[in-house]
Design a protein around this ligand. Structure first.
Ligand SMILES: Cc1cc2nc3c(=O)[nH]c(=O)nc-3n(C[C@H](O)[C@H](O)[C@H](O)COP(=O)(O)O)c2cc1C
Length: 420
């Protein structure tokens, strides 16, 4: 694994991270960091507050997880996070963003996911999975082929297009496939499909489930006044636009056991004139709480363009204020995500009561050991910490620590005036 090497003298944060974020060592008297204090949510105890956020890899075949997923998620599970989320997993084939999306629309999808969840549990990691439906953002190119509508070139490569569905027949933008507007009876069927996917996630052994309400996908399309211009009971005012999202939450909660946490990821703001606002999110979070949702995972944007198209200005922890307001005003646990890569900063978010959990995404691709290294950066003795690492790594690295300390001591001694 691409871990940052330790220096042996307790200065352990990566050069890259300290160069980009100015990470400083914590004061020596720092008590046990909140980031590494367990937290219980329903019947599940997370060993710390670090969660690896869902990250789509667009590498499934007919929705089925491959060896790549096992290696990718396994690598993340070895890094010390309390929970690792499997990427956005489509509840129907129609609800895929790309041909490579993961799915849970049939029993055939369960077995490879069960193997991944079982491996995570062996590593003392809580397995999580996000279930999703792309709505009008379906049948698109994989990001590295352009992130747009599928072209003749994509079809020649073997990609297939399919009919897509949405709250209305308005495409995301000119040139994108025109969706079919969902009827009320389609919505009833879809609710059942969300519940069925949740049931399969349970059969696969997942312990935390997240419903994807963000980034411009189907549920977000219902929520935002910019994408939901329906005139029936599923559109119009806030109550109408949140009707289907809340019905999905209820349908999923009904099959997802009460003792297993259920998260909802929201785009807390559209970042667009006349769009969904943070005040809407707080009201929505209260409604979700009343329906038994445990955690609101606060992302933003994505209604038009790519998943998280930058409608909101980027800065360190730019979405933390959303998690803070939801937590304070809706009285529900929140998860902060987005450009959190400095452990001292992550700890401060928890200390200030801005969120209950910290989600890490891209930084875990750079350094899957981020949680392990963060714990040492926040003051835990490296050698002690390594006792909690997978023994296949920790045992060797603990011994290397001693060697490095000896080398340093020898170097210091030989550098003394008069020596040698
Ligand atoms: C490769 C990649 C795939 C992603 N896929 C998903 C996804 O499946 N579901 C989702 O809600 N967010 C997805 N995201 C967004 C991340 O979960 C996260 O919110 C975002 O990257 C910001 O966090 P970060 O700054 O720690 O990377 C993805 C991000 C990346 C980089």
């Amino acid at each position: 694994m691409a871990c940052t090497p330790l220096t042996g003298d307790g200065v352990v944060w990566s050069a890259a991270a300290s160069a980009t974020t100015g990470t400083v060592r914590p004061p020596p008297d720092m008590t046990k960091p909140l980031l590494f204090t367990p937290i219980a949510i329903q019947g599940v105890t997370l060993k710390n507050r670090v969660v690896i956020a869902p990250m789509a890899t667009y590498s499934a075949v007919d929705g089925i997880a491959q060896d790549f997923h096992f290696a990718h998620l396994g690598r993340l599970a070895l890094g010390g996070a309390a929970c690792v989320f499997v990427e956005a997993t489509a509840v129907t084939a129609q609800g895929r963003i790309t041909n490579g999306d993961m799915g849970l629309w049939s029993q055939a999808h369960i077995a490879p996911l069960r193997r991944i969840a079982a491996f995570m549990k062996l590593q003392n990691v809580v397995p999580g999975i996000q279930i999703a439906h792309a709505g009008r953002k379906g049948s698109m190119q994989r990001p590295w082929f352009g992130n747009g509508p599928l072209t003749a070139q994509d079809l020649a490569r073997g990609e297939k297009t399919w009919e897509i569905v949405a709250p209305t027949s308005a495409p995301m933008a000119d040139g994108y496939i025109v969706p079919r507007q969902l009827s009320v009876s389609d919505l009833t069927t879809l609710k059942g499909q969300w519940a069925d996917a949740a049931q399969r996630a349970l059969e696969a052994g997942f312990e935390i489930l997240e419903i994807h309400n963000a980034h411009g996908y189907l549920i977000h399309q219902f929520m935002s006044p910019l994408s939901n211009t329906r005139t029936d009971a599923y559109g119009g005012d806030f109550a109408g636009r949140t009707r289907f999202p809340l019905e999905v939450a209820e349908a999923v909660r009904a099959v997802w056991p009460k003792d297993r946490p259920l998260f909802v990821r929201v785009s807390a703001v559209d970042g667009l004139d006349g769009g969904w606002t943070l005040t809407d999110t707080v009201a929505y979070a209260k409604a979700l709480k009343a329906r038994g949702i445990d955690v609101i995972d606060c992302s933003s944007g994505g209604l038009f363009g790519s998943a998280t198209a930058a409608r909101v200005k980027r800065s360190w922890g730019f979405q933390v204020p959303y998690a803070e307001r939801v937590r304070r005003e809706a009285g529900i646990k929140s998860m902060a995500v987005g450009l959190i890569i400095d452990p001292v900063f992550a700890e401060a978010i928890l200390q200030k009561g801005q969120a209950d959990l910290i989600a890490i995404a891209r930084e875990a691709l750079v350094n899957p050991c981020w949680p392990q290294m963060a714990e040492i950066a926040l003051g835990r003795d490296a050698s002690d910490a390594m006792d909690d690492w997978p023994v296949q790594y920790g045992w060797w690295l603990k011994h290397r620590e001693r060697s490095i300390a000896q080398i340093r001591a020898d170097e210091a001694a030989s550098a003394k005036p008069g020596s040698g």
